[in-house]
Write a protein that binds this ligand. Structure first.
Ligand code: FAD
Length: 400
């Protein structure tokens, strides 16, 4: 018979960038030891299968919330220096500009109309004829980028290498509470028979129950499925990638482009080392589906992004189209805050790190670091996160 495992068991639900960074920083905390602690990450389908693998990956010191942005921006830089992030996940500094343009003008005005004279010379992959105006948002001192999928998977592997982190593929169906109202276990459906976490009690059906000393919910847009009172929902957004024949200069473009009389679009276009990422606006047409694999990708939305990208840039017009994808942004539905919620909930042993909106890639290392402090020290010391405390915004707990 196996010896009882007396190690403190932390269960993290969700292997997006927030869950993965929480696991990673737990393993780097001075009081963490594989001899005394173990971590199970439960993930429905695949790590980084949602927004954490499909986001743009822009990092900025001017992102929100100010409570964790400076910490997180700095941690990104540290991680990149420690592990060769430039090579492993395309970390680099870049410039960000705002660009207003008119796609209806193409081809008609190029000879008569002088190209915007002050457009940066090295922003040579944007068709100057379409530019009405531009301005600099930030320089390399305050903007950087990562490839989110590669970053998340790399950091997950580093956490797993400690031997203390077990990734289990299975969808958590519910959080279980003791008679005294403490969070004590989760019930989940394993994805495959081989992905069962031990020790887990067979609850008599195709689900299993896993007990934990602390449970951390990091399921982004799926949060209210597990915590029904939590005001976090999801907004779908489409994106594409294009690999130009030659790499293009390091710019992130926030655009406002006229496509017809009174009609504008605002794609964000991020040049990565090896490809260009383009995402469109979010929509509310479809509810967050069961899993990341069930996200509906509208072909015409992606085709539109391709069409407009080809007008914006001759280099993109001749490039190879890569991914056409969609994912859900986790958004906080509370007027007084744009989120995220990071910290303990009103239920003992139940923690939340979710609702990172459009800055979850930026804020993941900072979130992971403060979550590790909260879980192991009982308080966050790297940043004052009192304004992000979930207890200010909703009451968690077993259904009445
Ligand atoms: C188009 C787009 C572009 C973006 N660009 C940027 C950017 O440039 N910079 C930036 O900082 N941020 C960006 N973001 C935001 C960022 O992607 C998100 O804030 C971040 O990925 C959220 O991470 P997460 O781990 O909370 O959620 P997710 O990545 O959604 O991960 C949640 C995980 O939980 C799992 N899960 C869900 N339910 C369960 C369950 N019941 N049991 C087990 N597992 C479960 C899911 O399968 C998923 O893997 C962008 C977002 C979008 C949509």
């Amino acid at each position: 018979m196996a010896a009882p495992d007396n190690r403190q068991h932390i269960i993290i639900v969700g292997a997006g960038i927030i869950g993965v960074c929480t696991a990673y920083y737990l393993t780097r905390h001075p009081s963490f030891s594989p001899a005394t602690h173990r971590i199970t990450i439960l993930e429905s389908v695949r790590p980084a299968g949602g927004a954490s693998g499909k986001a743009g990956g822009l990092l900025a010191l001017w992102a929100f919330p100010s409570e964790i942005v400076p910490l997180s921006f700095g941690l990104h830089e540290q991680l990149a220096a420690e592990y060769g992030g430039d090579r492993e996940w395309g970390y680099r500094r870049l410039q960000t500009v705002s660009l207003e343009g008119n796609l209806c003008k193409t081809g008609r005005v190029s000879r008569r109309r002088p190209a915007s004279p002050d457009v940066p010379r090295d922003l040579d992959w944007v068709n100057r004829d379409i530019i009405d105006s531009w301005s600099s948002i930030s320089g390399e001192d305050s903007t950087a980028q990562v490839h989110p999928y590669r970053f998340t998977m790399f950091i997950l592997r580093r956490a797993q290498e400690t031997g203390a982190v077990n990734l289990v593929l299975g969808k958590v169906q519910k959080i279980n509470y003791s008679a005294a109202g403490l969070a004590e276990s989760v019930t989940y459906t394993p994805l495959t028979p081989g992905s069962v976490a031990a020790p887990a009690a067979d609850s008599g059906s195709d689900t299993l129950t896993l007990a934990g000393d602390k449970i951390v919910v990091t399921v982004g847009p799926w949060t209210s499925r597990l915590l029904p009172t939590c005001p976090i929902s999801g907004l779908r957004a489409h994106s594409i990638t294009i690999t130009p024949v030659q790499p293009v200069s390091a710019y992130a473009l926030f655009t406002e482009l006229k496509i017809a009389k009174g009609k504008y679009i605002s794609p964000e276009i991020y040049a990565r080392k090896d490809e260009v990422y383009i995402c469109g606006e979010s929509d509310t047409f479809v509810e967050v589906p069961e899993t990341t694999d069930d996200v509906e990708v509208l072909k015409e939305r992606c085709d539109d992004l391709v069409k407009y990208a080809e007008i914006v840039s001759p280099q993109l017009a001749t490039g190879r189209i890569g991914r056409r994808q969609a994912c859900y942004l986790p958004v906080v539905d509370v007027p007084s805050t744009s989120g995220p919620f990071v910290g303990p909930t009103t239920v003992a042993n139940l923690f939340l790190a979710s609702g990172h909106s459009c800055w979850g890639i930026n804020n993941a290392p900072g979130t992971g670091k403060v979550m590790a402090e909260l879980l192991l020290d009982g308080r966050a010391s790297s940043a004052d996160i009192s304004a992000l405390d979930p207890r200010r915004y909703f009451v968690a707990g077993p259904p009445e």
